[in-house]
Structures are given as structure tokens and as C-alpha cells.
Design a protein around this ligand. Structure first.
Ligand SMILES: *Cc1c(COP(=O)(O)O)cnc(C)c1O
Length: 219
């Protein structure tokens, strides 16, 4: 049993989902994983995502997990399965606009800033709640808000990481109670190669894992 089988078993046990993060790895490596039956892949850059989509089978569900510039939304709007990284109202407006143009409804997650590092993108709790309120008032008819996403501090301190994941779960629960109670608001996207076990223990429903499966990335 290899590491991908191990992760898959744990994901099943927790009734969660796995997005395999293929950024920086060539399409041929993605194809090997695809041939084992996996269909959900994540990229953090639009150009790389579009290039890989062209090289790989059509039934892949592509997830955009990294910071997204508004002027690039149009390139992925026709096909993207989920955008995890909604970190501003202006970005959400653009996604809504491009979804309408593509004649579809796009699934999105609100990215919360839960880590200690200042460099990571994401909405504060206040910003996230205020955006959820606008979503609940049908301001964005061409998006469907499926939940929240966050990245914990890159740290060996498991208690810190655990507390940040717990915070994200609490944000999810609060938004569901106050604003978006639809059954489709069901996703907490948290957990990467270094912290996925803690993330599952803290209620993750969707892991995003790359290097543990493909091997360390080249810098
Ligand atoms: C790269 C990336 C991941 C996966 O990271 P690994 O450590 O390779 O598992 C997950 N989420 C986001 C947003 C990323 O950019």
C-alpha cells in the first residue's frame, strides 16, 4: 500500500474528499494518478491549469486553489469545478459575471485567513461573514457558495495548526447557522501534505494534497 492508498483510506473513513494538487508536476505524472481512478485535481495558477486541461482527459474536475486575479477568471469560468480561493468581494463579482457569461453556476469557497503568517491570502472573519450575508441575499445568482477554505500556519506546532483548523470549522458552523443554511453549503477545505491528519480530526471535508503524493517539488 502506498501513500496515496493510505490517504484514500483515511479520507473514506472520514467521509471526506481528496483534491490532488498537481501544480508544478507534468501532465504525464497527473495521468498516472488519473489512471488509478482519481478525477479531482487542483492547480494554483490559471495558465498551468488551462495548459494541463488541454493535455489531459475531459472528465477531470479542475479545482483552482490559489490566489486568483480578476482578469484571469474568464479563462477558467467555462469549465472549472470549484474555486477555493475567493478572497474579496470584487473577485466574487467577477466570478459571478463570468459564470453568467458561460451560462453556468460556479461552485466557490470563501477563503479565510486563519494562519499566523501575514503573507497568506484570505478574508478576515468579519469580511467573510459580511460576504456570506451578501451571498445569502442573492447578490451573486451565478455562484453557489459551497463552504470555506483555509491554510494553517506552516509549522511543526501541532497544537497551533489544530487550533487554526478548529477556528475554520467554527467559522463554517457560524456561517451555516446565520447565513447559508442550504445543504450544499457542506465543504471545509483544509489539510495539506504536512497537516492532513490533524485537518481530518478537526472536521475537514476536503483535503488538498500534492507533494506527499508526487514527491517534493523542485524550487
Ligand atoms: C500547493 C498547495 C497545496 C498542496 O500542498 P502540498 O504541501 O504539496 O500538499 C494545498 N493548497 C494550496 C492552496 C496550495 O497552494
Amino acid at each position: 500500500m502506498d501513500v496515496l492508498d493510505k490517504i484514500t483510506n483515511l479520507v473514506k473513513k472520514h467521509k471526506a474528499q481528496l483534491v490532488i494538487v498537481s501544480k508544478t508536476y507534468p501532465a504525464a505524472r497527473v495521468r498516472e494518478v488519473y489512471d488509478r481512478g482519481y478525477r479531482a485535481f487542483g492547480e494554483n495558477r490559471v495558465q498551468e491549469l488551462v495548459d494541463k486541461k488541454d493535455e489531459l482527459p475531459d472528465d477531470i474536475e479542475w479545482h483552482l486553489i490559489g490566489h486568483l486575479q480578476r482578469n484571469k477568471v474568464k479563462y477558467i469560468a467555462p469549465f472549472v469545478a470549484m474555486i477555493h480561493s475567493v478572497d474579496s468581494e470584487r473577485l466574487l463579482r467577477e466570478i459571478d459575471k463570468q459564470a453568467k457569461r458561460a451560462d453556468r453556476v460556479i461552485d466557490i469557497l470563501l477563503q479565510a485567513h486563519i494562519a499566523e503568517e501575514k503573507s497568506k491570502f484570505g478574508l478576515s472573519v468579519e469580511e467573510l461573514t459580511s460576504l456570506a450575508a451578501k451571498i445569502s441575499q442573492q447578490e451573486f445568482p451565478n455562484i453557489r457558495c459551497r463552504g470555506v477554505m483555509g491554510m494553517a500556519t506552516f509549522s511543526e506546532d501541532k497544537d497551533l495548526v489544530r487550533s487554526e483548523f478548529a477556528l475554520l470549522r467554527n467559522i463554517f458552523t457560524q456561517v451555516k447557522a446565520d447565513y447559508i443554511s442550504e445543504p450544499s453549503f457542506d465543504t471545509i477545505s483544509m489539510g495539506m501534505s504536512g497537516d492532513y491528519e490533524v485537518a481530518l480530526e478537526e472536521g475537514s471535508t476536503m483535503l488538498r494534497i500534492g507533494s506527499l503524493i508526487f514527491g517534493e517539488r523542485e524550487k
